[in-house]
Design a protein around this ligand. Structure first.
Ligand SMILES: Nc1ncnc2c1ncn2[C@@H]1O[C@H](COP(=O)(O)OP(=O)(O)OP(=O)(O)O)[C@@H](O)[C@H]1O
Length: 374
């Protein structure tokens, strides 16, 4: 049976809380309401990537291309929506995946182990990865000492040698020199020929046109359009030409308006719209609302504590505080239950914990002995 898709994303959203302080972050984790502004990096993105297809992602800076590719790679969770990736992914992004304090060689081993390769397999391909990356003696230096081009070369080399089912290339080719660029293009062409699935994120329309079968244009958190490479790049060129023609103030106003829409996005309103559309398209279908709710939230790992866990945590905190106070007050629990105010009035005969009580008993005993000697 042939698979109809390799990657499916449906109604995917991503919300970021723009915390100003660590305290706000902690409060939010405990689901305590704060006045932190929100920003929706993605406002409901849906598309499929077919097996063996190379899909390009284009869009202006900050439109959400890296966010969606990181969600597909499993690096970050979506806020809502369904993501199904049928195969192992390997992401090549300039900033993702490499540990700065580890050497190039250690990074190769770590990333390969994380992809499920054995130490023997890694030993066998180590030289090939190093030779393709062409970073010389730097391979034994920490990655923090690499230039962005060197990082990109190493990241790219690791990702293609791991031979993933799905390769996600996020802006990795934009920093390499021409020779390396050509090597990468050849490698990607080889991947395509093998029937692998690729997501290719780039600002270079030339690269997109060279490598992609279809293109998705992500525009300020929304999917503006998806289709044949030449059709989408044509529309995108028209947009950038129009945008460049605006005055400085018009550009600022345009971007401010778009960002405001992303701040004001209402997930519940969006969910209702999706339900309405689905009901119109499939009038005979039952339980549409339940189906959409499941699609929105069933595969989501929340970054915040679930309400039940929050309630349980508070219960544990209050119970601990209560028992500490009871202990300090020196009263029994039944006494405190009958006279709650006595929790703040310590008993005159302070109850000592077991060992101390025992120790004080010994002291008393010695005193008695001394007295009898007298
Ligand atoms: N951790 C974060 N916290 C808050 N906002 C974030 C975070 N990560 C990304 N964003 C915001 O989400 C939006 C989308 O970012 P993303 O990096 O996905 O865009 P992009 O299309 O890949 O941009 P570029 O072309 O510049 O790489 C941006 O407005 C960005 O500021």
């Amino acid at each position: 049976m042939t698979e109809d898709y390799k990657i499916r994303v449906q109604n995917v959203t991503k919300e970021y809380d723009l915390f100003k302080t660590q305290a706000d972050k902690l409060k939010s984790f405990f689901s305590i309401k704060t006045n932190v502004p929100h920003f929706w990096s993605l406002m409901g993105i849906s598309f499929d990537v077919k097996p063996g297809e190379t899909l390009g992602l284009i869009g202006v800076n900050g439109s959400g291309k890296s966010t969606i590719s990181n969600i597909i790679s499993g690096i970050i969770p979506q806020t809502s929506g369904f993501v199904d990736v049928r195969g192992d992914t390997s992401i090549v992004a300039i900033s993702a995946g490499l540990r700065k304090n580890l050497t190039g060689r250690e990074n190769i081993r770590l990333k390969s182990l994380m992809q499920g390769l054995t130490n023997n397999q890694i030993d066998n391909m180590m030289d090939d990865i190093i030779s393709f990356a062409d970073i010389g003696d730097f391979v034994d230096q920490p990655v923090k000492s690499y230039s962005s081009g060197m990082r990109s070369r190493l990241g790219f080399s690791i990702a293609v040698h791991i031979k993933p089912d799905i390769l996600i290339i996020d802006e990795a080719l934009s920093v390499g020199d021409d020779t390396f660029y050509q090597k990468c293009v050849d490698k990607i062409a080889g991947f395509k020929a093998e029937g692998k699935t690729i997501i290719f994120v780039s600002h270079s329309l030339r690269q997109i046109e060279l490598l992609c079968d279809r293109v998705a244009w992500i525009n300020y958190g929304e999917l503006k359009t998806i289709g044949k490479t030449k059709d989408v790049t044509k529309k995108y060129r028209e947009f950038t030409k129009w945008f460049k023609g605006l005055s400085k103030q018009q550009k600022v106003d345009f971007e401010t308006d778009k960002k405001q829409i992303q701040k004001d996005f209402d997930i519940n309103k969006y969910q209702n719209q999706v339900i309405e559309t689905e009901q119109k398209e499939h009038p005979d279908e039952k339980r549409v609302a339940a189906k959409i709710k499941k699609r929105f939230y069933s595969s989501v790992i929340s970054e915040k504590m679930p309400k039940l866990t929050v309630a349980f945590t508070w219960l544990v905190v209050f119970a601990t505080m209560f028992f500490c106070l009871v202990n300090i007050s020196g009263h029994s629990i039944s006494h405190i239950v009958k006279n709650p105010s006595s929790i703040v009035k310590p008993s005159k005969t302070l109850k000592l914990p077991g060992k101390l009580e025992q120790a004080s008993g010994i002291k008393k005993h010695h005193k008695t002995q001394k007295m009898s000697v007298k």
